[in-house]
Design a protein around this ligand. Sequence first.
Ligand code: HEC
Ligand code: HEC
Ligand code: HEC
Length: 313
Amino acid sequence: MKKIILSLLLTVGAISAANAVEGNAEAGKAKASVCGACHGATGVNPSPTYPDLAGQHAAYLVKQLADFKSGARTDVMMAPMAANLTDQDMADLAAFYASQERAKATVASDSASSPSISAPAGDIELVTSTSAKAIFAGDVKSGQAKSAMCVACHGADGNSPVPMYPNLAGQSEKYLIKQLAHFKSGERKNPVMAGIAAGLSETDMKDLSAFFAVQASKAGAGETSKVGQKLYFGGDAKKGISACVACHGVKGKGMSHAGFPALAGQNVDYLKTQLVSFRKGSRANDRNSMMQNIAIKLSDNDIEELVKYMSSL
Ligand code: HEC
Ligand code: HEC
Ligand code: HEC
């Protein structure tokens, strides 16, 4: 009986999901920016780890997203992605991907002839670093001049000597611009940075971010942790913790094009504050609550070990 009801529900669910909400491909395109890190900007990623979404049936895509959200389909990477999508978001995203061209044969043969890469996040890094790195929105030289007022806390080259202040060197430009804008708007709350960001124009933010993004980050000085390393690479399926590597990369360098920040060699105290803030919800400026959904499942001990590992990279 249960089975029958369940399958009835699934059928009804699939039909209503397909019919109830009209998707808008334009709106979906904007919402898909975060998905691009793994699925490619247009829903095609030559890496064999990630399914192509381009040209897929919209109704199928909606159903998969709904299933990831409900837990009917489980995947540590997709669960946090789907957790906060509304029915409208799902319909829009599906409309967007359905409207994209299917992967070309050339893409497939390219990936077939390229050397195979074992770690899934290695693929991501490879894919995103080709498209992103070169383009900076801001002007590095002007950024350097403007950075004089940041030196006291973040260091002249963005490597902060004080563990409570974050390193900015080598951080994703896109990520830095977003944080500065959010400190100014109050979406990310910190009294010190609010005061500083208040005086920055949009151009200042871009220039400063470009400057810090091109600075070389120093190797981490933290002590490493085997437990932290295991969590970072494997997550914890039982507790529903996604592997950090999926978004922050094999070497902790993040994915600049997706705005996923680098964590490698970041200061220990700062990292700990951020994970605790995401867990409490006092830092809530992460898109789709991506980090909050993960941090809420981390124990104090998980955080201790993760922070040791990340700061040692
Ligand atoms: C961190 C990497 C990552 C990100 C970011 C990501 N996905 Fe996925 N996605 C995956 C993986 C891995 C799978 C395959 C899951 C499996 O094996 O069941 C998947 C599967 C899917 C599927 C099912 C495809 C199929 O053919 O069954 C859909 C739909 C999907 N993702 C949509 C999205 C959307 C929409 C977003 C953005 C809101 C997104 N994904 C962001 C990694 C990612
Ligand atoms: C008086 C010390 C101080 C000065 C000066 C300062 N900052 Fe900060 N900055 C901080 C602190 C503290 C944080 C951590 C805030 C938190 O915990 O959320 C921070 C965080 C940041 C972050 C977020 C980093 C991340 O990884 O998320 C950025 C970006 C940033 N600062 C940029 C700047 C820029 C650009 C300047 C100069 C225009 C500047 N800061 C000047 C203290 C300072
Ligand atoms: C689905 C992608 C995703 C996964 C998986 C993920 N993160 Fe994040 N993480 C993000 C994003 C996006 C941000 C930036 C949020 C923002 O824009 O403010 C972030 C930010 C952070 C920050 C703050 C960095 C800074 O400079 O302030 C820390 C620390 C962090 N993540 C640690 C982790 C750890 C530890 C794990 C694994 C347990 C993890 N993340 C898994 C996407 C992810």
